[in-house]
Ligand binder design. Structure first.
Ligand code: FAD
Length: 497
């Protein structure tokens, strides 16, 4: 007999609720734990997972396999081509291994919930206990209610409730015990399970060439030890000033752990606990402002998941705000392509998009600027941008991405008001004052000195000359026109609903 833990978006050994419970039960029964990871190319296709994220996951699985092996726990890896067959295959493996208990951590999107429901039903038929655990959110979805007993749709009161809930239920932030070593006779019984090879990403998810592969591997080292290193560095050197520095892309002042939260090489719980523990108050509130602020950002991740669980239609291409369903969008392949390639003539937008294309990551302030630009300046359907982001980001995460696009396009939960249209040049002068970020990513403008870099054609003189000579495009839409068009279309769209 053995107890199985099915790894999904929780590619770590430490602080893992499902794995910890599986290991606890195995110990009680005096049996061993088997880890399982299933690659489902169809799932990756259907959810537009980026090649960078697939590569990050595969590298994380390789690290996980080594870490588990140190405990005598095998990680068996399967590729199941048709995703609806995953539950059957899982049950078949449980039968082969004589496992009567399968643990995993819950994923909250509808497709995943349906899959787990099927797995539980099959388990009931076959006498296998399937136990999905709450782990991905710090506070399990459904725990927080407004005074009227409803799900919050506004972040600030939700956040106050989130903090109060965690202070009242400290076990939610406690570290989950790591598994102990499998019994000594286990390896002999299941020796073939220790030889599972890490698969190649499916062809459609290949990175373009070895150079890109090693570039991303250097930027984003995989696995939980790498995640903890990154978090520790941030907590010791940067978090104190986070509230002041977090909006400046060139400052490299954020934790850059989102890819770890997305792959589960780092639990959001671990992040919040460790940040709390460096706070002078040892609490989530009070104490150092930067720490409070950072915990508040990690909480946004929970917030968007809670929203998704309560209003699953956000997973079905619907705006959270019903009255924003009827906005009349523009249709322009040229504009969309210019946006994706970083050729809009707005240097901060172009720098951000080129950074995304080359590094599979973008700073939060730039995500807001580029998203607002697509939905409001170009008046292109925000869902095009949402899809482009998820299919290029190394940290692509449905709930956070959907939430971010909803916020920036004003169609989502607790959004920017629609009449607040970011002026990309003002954003640029404010958050990239010296033009350092632009210079880094838009080589056509590199030699421009001073403020002209933010809007070279408007600045005229040398800046305009350089931009023209180097073939940098003129703005593809005029700012004032775009702003007015946006306000009119949003207003008319809301009126029609
Ligand atoms: P830090 O500033 O160090 O924050 C710490 C952690 O808090 C992050 O790792 C992340 O897990 C969480 N977090 C921070 N801000 C947010 C936020 N606004 N919403 C939800 N969680 C947050 N984040 C993703 O993880 N995946 C996405 O696909 C994604 N798409 C986005 C799309 C748009 C249009 C916008 C505006 C934001 C998006 N975000 C997304 C949120 C945010 O931009 C990233 O989480 C952040 O930039 C990651 O960098 P970091 O780890 O250095 O963040």
């Amino acid at each position: 007999e053995a107890v199985v833990h099915w790894f999904k978006r929780d590619l770590r050994v430490g602080d893992n609720t499902g794995l910890s419970k599986a290991a606890g039960l195995a110990k009680e029964k005096g049996v061993g734990v088997i880890g399982l990871w299933i690659m489902s190319p169809q799932d990756w296709e259907a959810h537009l997972v980026s090649p960078a994220k697939c590569d990050f996951e595969l590298r994380s699985v390789a690290v996980l396999q080594k870490e588990l092996a140190k405990l005598g726990i095998p990680l068996w890896i399967e590729t199941v081509k048709v995703r609806k067959n995953v539950p059957e295959r899982l049950m078949e493996l449980a039968r082969q291994w004589g496992a009567k208990n399968v643990f995993c951590n819950l994923e909250y999107e509808p497709d995943e919930l349906r899959r787990e429901e099927k797995l539980i039903r099959l388990g009931v038929e076959k006498g296998v206990n399937v136990e999905p655990c709450h782990d991905d959110c710090v506070v399990p979805p459904g725990s927080l209610k407004t005074g009227a007993g409803k799900q919050y749709a506004v972040y600030s009161p939700w956040y106050r409730a989130w903090v109060a809930h965690l202070h009242a239920h400290p076990h939610l932030l406690a570290d989950r015990p790591s598994p102990s070593t499998n019994p000594s006779n286990f390896r002999a019984k299941f020796v073939n399970l220790f030889e599972s090879a890490i698969p190649q990403a499916p062809e459609s998810k290949h990175l373009s060439g070895d150079a890109q592969k090693s570039h991303l591997a250097a930027l984003y080292p995989a696995g939980e030890a790498a995640a903890l290193d990154r978090l520790t560095l941030f907590l010791t050197e940067k978090i104190g000033r986070y509230s002041v520095t977090r909006n400046f892309p060139s400052a490299k002042s954020t934790a850059c752990v989102s890819m770890h939260h997305a792959a589960g090489t780092l639990a959001a719980r671990t992040s919040v606990r460790m940040a709390r523990d460096v706070n002078s108050t040892k609490k989530l509130d009070g104490g150092v402002e930067g720490i409070r602020g950072w915990i508040g950002e990690v909480a946004w991740r929970d917030f968007y998941r809670h929203v998704l669980v309560n209003w699953p239609y956000v997973c079905m291409n619907k705006p959270f705000k019903f009255e924003y369903t009827n906005i009349e969008w523009e249709y322009s392949d040229d504009h969309f392509r210019a946006w994706t390639e970083g050729r809009t003539g707005y240097p901060i937008v172009d720098a951000a998009m080129r950074c995304l294309n080359q590094t599979a990551y973008m700073h939060n302030r730039l995500r807001m600027i580029t998203a607002s630009f697509l939905a409001k300046h170009l008046l292109l359907d925000w869902r095009l941008g949402e899809q482009y982001f998820i299919s290029h980001l190394v940290d692509g995460d449905f709930a956070s991405n959907n939430g971010g696009w909803g916020f920036s396009s004003s169609t989502g939960v607790d959004p920017q008001p629609y009449f607040r249209v970011f002026n990309p040049w003002l954003q640029s002068t404010k958050f990239d004052a010296e033009g350092e970020f632009i210079r880094n990513w838009v080589p056509e403008l590199e030699v421009i000195e001073g403020a002209g870099i933010h809007n070279p054609y408007e600045a005229g003189g040398k800046a305009a000359e350089v931009a023209k000579k180097n073939g940098y495009p003129k703005p593809i839409v005029e700012h004032k026109f775009a702003r007015e068009r946006c306000l009119a279309r949003y207003k008319a769209g809301i009126g029609r609903s």
